[in-house]
Write a protein that binds this ligand. Sequence first.
Ligand SMILES: Nc1ncnc2c1ncn2[C@@H]1O[C@H](COP(=O)(O)OP(=O)(O)OP(=O)(O)O)[C@@H](O)[C@H]1O
Ligand SMILES: [Mg+2]
Length: 325
Amino acid sequence: MTAAPLLSVRDLTVSFGGRVTAVRDASFDVRPGELLGVVGESGSGKSITALAVMGLLPPTATVTGSILFDEQDLLAMPRSRLRKLRGREIGMIFQEPMTSLNPVFTIGDQITEAILVHERMSRKAAWDRASELLEKVGIPAPRRRLQDYPHQLSGGMRQRVMIAIALSSSPKLLIADEPTTALDVTIQAQLLDLLNQLREDFGTAILLITHNMGVMAEVADRVVVMYASRIVEQSGIFDLFDRPQHPYTEGLLGSTPELDADTPRLRTIAGTMPNPSELPPGCLFAPRCPKVVDACLAAQPALVPVAPDQRAACILAPGLIESTP
Ligand SMILES: Nc1ncnc2c1ncn2[C@@H]1O[C@H](COP(=O)(O)OP(=O)(O)OP(=O)(O)O)[C@@H](O)[C@H]1O
Ligand SMILES: [Mg+2]
């Protein structure tokens, strides 16, 4: 029996100025304590999906659908309540920690500030807690490090500080958008281990966005594959690697570099993703698909179940063909 989802996104559609649809009809769940990966090429709508969940889309965005977090609809919630929820119950980490940390304040000031936003305690107590958090994210000599400014830390250390800040309120959900992409591969692997450990220790659910299937293989329980604004496959991690149902997923797997190789980013599948302001009719992957048939051009295939805990939006999905009489 699976637990009720912590985050439940239904038919999420995000468009800009009625022209660009960045995310279309996205539905997915994140269960308590699970790590859901979101993977896809650049521009597929991963960050926009995450920003929608956090209520941080620019004002030019139009959003429809529903986003239930702990059974509360985030899209229907007043901004002030959402702001409280964000940071307290939903933590975030982004790709470039240097831009998220303030260069003129010490690490200690910034973590303490984050703690004091959500909890009533003395500055001294918050400072002690900041030190504990740094220790938890694997920063040696945390007391001393608290006195440092961001530029005195390496990229990997800064990202650990960001994780410490995100964890300062013990969130139920951590959203991490390419948290390791800017780092070298050894540090990437260490940070992924850290995320995994935090999940085990605190039961934090994690929504992890990445370009990298190798990263997914390492840490994800389930994966959402996005292509040109749509979810094209959703699957448990083992099924995804064992029997991918969408040719786009197959393409991504075929181009998966090892996590410890020199090329941490995906090598490309032949062709390019369609421009979101002029999407072709039919399956959006058809122009690049090695398996394309005439029927693919007729209509956009719906994301349908093809196996237990596996859905795909492809009329040629092997699971679909097996299950039709
Ligand atoms: N403020 C905006 N106004 C108009 N279009 C936008 C805006 N922000 C994003 N988009 C478009 O939405 C689409 C999805 O963008 P998104 O940032 O979610 O991609 P992504 O999957 O996160 O890519 P990457 O891997 O490069 O981070 C892109 O086509 C992008 O150009
Ligand atoms: Mg992005």
